[in-house]
Design a protein around this ligand. Sequence first.
Ligand code: UN1
Length: 501
Amino acid sequence: MNTSDRFRAHARTAAAQCGVTIPDGDGPLTVTTPVDGSVLAHIRPHTARQVDAALGAASAAFDRWRDVPAPQRGRLVRRFGELLVEHKEDLATLVTLEAGKIPSEALGEVQEMIDICDFAVGLSRQLYGRTMPSERPGHRLMETWHPLGVVGVISAFNFPVAVWSWNTAIALVCGDPVVWKPSEVTPLTALACDALLRRAATDVGAPDGLHHVLLGDATVGEALVDDPRVALVSATGSVPMGREVGPRVAARFGRCLLELGGNNAAVVAPSADLDLAVRGIVFAAAGTAGQRCTTLRRVIVHRSIAAELEGRIAKAYSGLRVGNPFDEGVLVGPLISERAYEAMRAALDRAAHDGGTVITGGERVEVLPGGVYVTPALVRMPAQTEIVREETFAPVLYLLGYDDFDEAIALHNGVPQGLSSAIFTTDQREAERFLERSDCGITNVNIGTSGAEIGGAFGGEKATGGGRESGSDSWKAYMRRATNTVNRSDGLPLAQGVEFG
Ligand code: UN1
């Protein structure tokens, strides 16, 4: 069996374990692996009629699911979490095959799914509303939270399962069915997740139609965006995608939760523990081959330690093994496509044009024909030019110098995006100041920008779109709030002391 046949067989086995039979047929959607570009499957995208039917079925399921008490809804998510534990390796294999992540990161992604299931199960008993003192005698004022409706999830290739699970686990305990449009390049992992969730639904006797996966191109996503039966569109992707989705959903007064691009930076202050900083920087910048929303794209370093930090990062980069993600010791797998490499090349050319110096990396490496492999690039920049302010979804890390803290903050915040940020310092005042002044949704001290835990709210400001998913009180986006006033007195006093007749 050659390598390509092995990958295909590998995909079939992993999918079959999760309950999905990959058809032998010749559907028009060709699924390839970025590991060597070979074909894993040919599948059939959903038709417009099937999309419509799925939305109809999800709406019908909503009517039943909303009446199931939330703690009982939690049982479905608990069972799903158990199945994820059982099939962790199978799903991780599919993630490596379709997205190219190294197995440790693919397993981490499935762990993130298991974690959010645990969180959502607990949450199913904690969908708290508040009571407020009423200004009127014999009255009760309170907030109650109710299921919202069908949630449409549009997810990206780079976290093909975790981001969907953040949305789905929370939506389900909140009483909302889910219709999912995964990335076109990761349909097999999506089918496997769908099969496991359906099995969980059968095991606990949940109603039919709570979850649908819809495969296809952007037209499927557009159907979710424009359909009034979708109460909330939760979309992860590029800023241009969000710019389209946001106004279209708003035009029909639907709700939107956007998780768009990041251009994440770390400030490295003179007092930083450099051993720790280098480790944090290298994982955040080169991990997942630079293809996370949270990937570190800029280091803003105090000029007094810039040369030393640059040397240390370059040294660490030279030890990173780029290669077939299934090979032992490989830390950097393939880019998702040739186009991703072209964007990286174009960014490096523009950086050079702006006076940047490539310290190391940015070179194409022959690993397997058909796979796109590059060495992570480290580029010293004289200033934060236009290209540095853009997100290039590839491993390019720009180094910028600063002299005083305010300048570092200005550089840090001087980009359109606002997802994740970090400072490396041992000066507590500086750390606290950074937490206050970074304009991002995620702000860290002495750890990198990527690898957030599920317990916190995940998302960012500015062009990142403002949405929050996953932990904390992000569940509120998946429910509708009602303010209730109940009068148990036999009078009818009006608020604000108004007299009427
Ligand atoms: C993403 O890249 O879209 O914080 C999500 C992280 C992961 C999630 C990334 N937990 O890097």
